[in-house]
Design a binder for this molecule. Structure first.
Ligand code: NAD
Length: 438
């Protein structure tokens, strides 16, 4: 089956590449000419483990190609995925202008039965909007269907998540459209992955409700961590004790500096906005949003307190991306943290294995970017771990002890056992646990 994927960002590129791996013939489209030129040369514009090899393999085998020319790609395809961005508008609603543009172009180029599959995260009712736009622009000459197939992949493990999802959600009006989508996902069906088949509205809601719930779980444990600090409990033990309860589960119970990234902040904001548009105040989601803002800001006094003030001092910051294994800086908690520390007079030296290029455009100009962990630490008054990259889980503390001016580690991700870092000669401050070391 020929497939066109419009939007070659994190979701579109991974979707197109994995569907090519499933045997489909895929054309990836993007309006960003530089991105497409890079992809045509086999260069991957994003950091995503395993993606480069899979793109190269499928391009070589002739099942994956890239173009900026949307019209022929749509005309040839049976299935057209919409995987463009839906960033937040100033009032929190999802900006659907990219989705609408693509729907218009699909309508202009409709030349036979096609299934338009929406993978972007969109508010309930968007499927209906896409259907109306395609019908208007195509003049009603051809049949088509609009399907909602929300994506749940996580950056950093996107290939694994796409190939082994917990479930695939397909929202459609007709069995004919469902069957086309099931054909694309045949290897997943064969592997026993559960499929949730619903109407379009429920499928759209599943995505927002899932992200809203996960964001709630993160904010919940972040507030529990804060309380643990006050009462002398250890949040890691508390989270383990909670997570072993099957009704709760252990995932998303890791405290940290607040959630960020391209999904949770914008999707929770959108849920609140959708509720408001429908005359309801989603109180829990409103609370999650304000808790997350507070948690991010709480990290600044936490570091200041540990250092006895930051004015005139140097901080070595490990990790800038919103989480490990990605170069994504969108809504990264490190942005307000770095801004706050610099505003209070600190010098920030920073290192991230993948996100520094992107970070340069987002962080204050005075940030000093370093080539590795140890160069970052040289002469600093404190080492702050802000992102859970694996390489920060295996720090050489002997070296750090020599390089840092003050043996102080503030770990915003709880990557270490406090006693271990203390035994290496450091004062160790983490989240939701008692301080360790001298
Ligand atoms: P992205 O910004 O990385 O990629 C979007 C791409 O679409 C860009 O390359 C952009 O140039 C392209 N584009 C925009 N308008 C276009 C047009 N008219 N024609 C062709 N290309 C166009 O975004 P993303 O992270 O891949 O997210 C896409 C959607 O998937 C969003 O709705 C997001 O919420 C959702 N989502 C993202 C993730 C994630 O982890 N990133 C996970 C699940 C769902």
């Amino acid at each position: 089956m020929k497939i066109c994927v419009v939007g070659s960002g994190y979701v579109g590129l991974v979707t197109g590449t994995c569907l090519a791996e499933f045997g489909m013939t895929v054309t990836g489209v993007d309006k960003d000419a530089a991105k497409i030129a890079a992809l045509q040369r086999g260069e991957i514009p994003i950091y995503e483990p395993g993606l480069e090899e899979l793109v190269e393999k499928n391009m070589k085998q002739g099942r994956l190609s890239f173009t900026t020319d949307l019209a022929p790609a749509i005309r040839e395809a049976r299935g057209v995925f919409i995987a463009v961005g839906t960033p937040p508008l100033p009032d929190g609603r999802a900006d659907l202008s990219f989705v609408r543009q693509v729907a218009e172009l699909i309508g202009d180029n409709l030349n036979g039965y096609k299934v338009v599959i929406n993978k972007s995260t969109v508010p309930v009712g968007t499927g209906q909007m896409v259907e109306t736009v395609v019908r208007e622009r195509s003049g009603g000459d051809h049949e088509f269907a609009v399907v909602s197939n929300p994506e749940f992949l996580r950056e950093g493990s996107a290939i694994e998540d796409f190939m082994h999802p917990d479930r695939v959600v397909v929202g459609a009006k007709t069995q004919r459209a469902v069957d086309v989508v099931l054909e694309m996902y045949a290897p997943l069906k064969a592997a026993g992955v559960p499929f949730v088949i619903s109407n379009v509205e429920s499928a759209e809601m599943i995505k927002y409700a899932s992200n809203g719930f996960l964001a709630t779980k993160i904010s919940f444990i972040n507030e529990v961590a804060e309380l643990c600090e006050r009462v002398g409990a250890d949040v890691d033990v508390v989270a383990r004790g909670m997570g072993l309860d099957n009704r709760i589960g252990p995932k998303f119970l890791h405290p940290g500096p607040g959630f960020g990234g391209s999904c949770f902040p914008k999707d929770t904001l959108a849920v609140a906005q959708i509720a408001e548009e429908h005359g309801m105040s989603f109180e829990l989601i409103d609370a999650v949003l304000s808790v997350n803002e507070r948690i991010k800001r709480r990290m600044i006094p936490k570091i200041e307190e540990a250092m006895g003030g930051v004015a005139g001092k140097t901080i070595a910051l490990l990790g800038l991306a919103f989480k490990g294994d990605t170069d994504d800086m969108r809504e990264s908690p490190t942005i307000p943290i770095v801004e706050g520390l610099i505003a209070h007079g600190a010098t920030v030296r920073a290192f991230d294995p993948a996100a520094m290029e992107v970070a340069r455009g987002l962080l204050p100009e005075s940030v000093v970017y370093c080539d590795d962990t140890y160069e970052t630490a040289r002469g600093a008054d404190c080492l702050v771990i802000a992102t859970e990259w694996n390489q920060f889980r295996a720090l050489e503390f002997d070296r750090l002890l020599e390089l840092l001016k003050t043996p102080l580690v503030v770990d915003l991700r709880n990557l270490y056992e406090p006693a271990r870092v203390a035994a290496a000669g450091f004062r160790y401050v983490s989240v939701g646990r008692s301080e360790a070391g001298a």
